[in-house]
Design a binder for this molecule. Sequence first.
Ligand SMILES: [Zn+2]
Length: 467
Amino acid sequence: MRTQVGLHLNRCVLQGPIFAHNAWVPWLELFDCRIPFFHADRIRVDGTLYLRGLGTTSNTADSAVRLVGARIGRNLELDGACLDNPEGPALHAEGIHVGRALRFRHARATVSCDTGAVQLVNARVRGDLWLDGTTLTNGHGPVLNAEGLHVGGSLLLCSGFEAVAKSKELATIHLMSARVGSRLDLGVGRRFTGKSFGSEPEDPEDPEKRARRPAKIVNTDPSAVTLDLRCATVNELRIPPETVCRPVNGRCTSTSTVVLAELEYGRLSRESAHPYWPHWFSVHARPFEAQPYQHLAAVLRNTGRATEAREVLIALEDERHQTNESATRGSRIWHWVKKRFIGHGYRPGRALVGLAGVFVVALALTWAASSADVVHRSVPRVQNVSSAVVVEDLPDTDFPCRFADTIRLAADLSVPLISTGGRSRCDFKADGGWAMAATIAGLLLQILGWAFATLFVVGFTGVVRRF
Ligand SMILES: [Zn+2]
């Protein structure tokens, strides 16, 4: 059926449902209407399809509003709609094409459907997709099933958006392989976007207060998977800590699980650049993957946050070690040394600090040894070839070392590969218990100096870095 004029219904109550499968209309507007259900698979609307304030009154396994394969030239709007359906989905729009925006703002739907309350699998929306302020509840499946969704603009699940599901298989918000050209917003929104359609469902909560709240996503099933962004691509990601977990005193405030493997994003919004990402990856994400850490580090580095990027990569090495069930005692010790002294290769400066510490200890040792009179000034061996007089093995003298020579001795003990000639001018005595102890301590400091120097070289050259 094709009509040359559109249809406008305002505040109508229809006893029967609307069927418009395969229809072709220039525009269709239903404002504040009550109908059993609206089914229009493959409908073609040149202009706008408004279902603002729509209330469906019948239970149907085929969805309260069904727009499978529909083509909408401009906006599709369901602002303020109330699509309760205990036997099936609220909105089934698989494969729909929307020329501009799809708005489902400040709406409400309580359903029981194992394939999703709102189904937008492989849907294409050229503009923004708005679900801000909407409350969706599904007692037997996910809330938003939008695998393969393409949104040219932003996907806005913000400003009081609430999704409560009981879903074992899919996440509450299932956005696997979705593409969002601009922003995926699970926060409080960015700007005042104007009032939506007037007949919003009654909400006991103050609307302004609710609009300042980030998305609330819950899965009451033991699987607790709330958000699945596997293989999704987003330009800007906006996920405040509350959406997944904001730990308090190191303790989780949520048991939700998220899937972030192969998720790619160009940048993070200000509220998304929080320090809880490693905690999310470690505790709330499943399964363990290195890619989320590495991608986050790359994004942070590209935005001039190199320090935070390094912390993320250090957290990755920690998590990699934690999840390695075949770790031996030796690998655990090596992991501890790497983390402690070179930050797994991302903080080689720590080894230099350690080397400086060894030098300070060596300085204290030589000073104490000098005070305890267990060092002495060595007498150089002299060979006077011209006079054929050779002076060797002159007896040790008890001349005290000069202060500058004790410093040189400390440097020679602690810093490898550099010789100041200190030991030829001042050295530990060969006899006596304290002299022996000082000699052994000096030997240990030499070993430590070599260890720190080697760790620095290993860290600086990036031999142990994996990314
Ligand atoms: Zn947590």
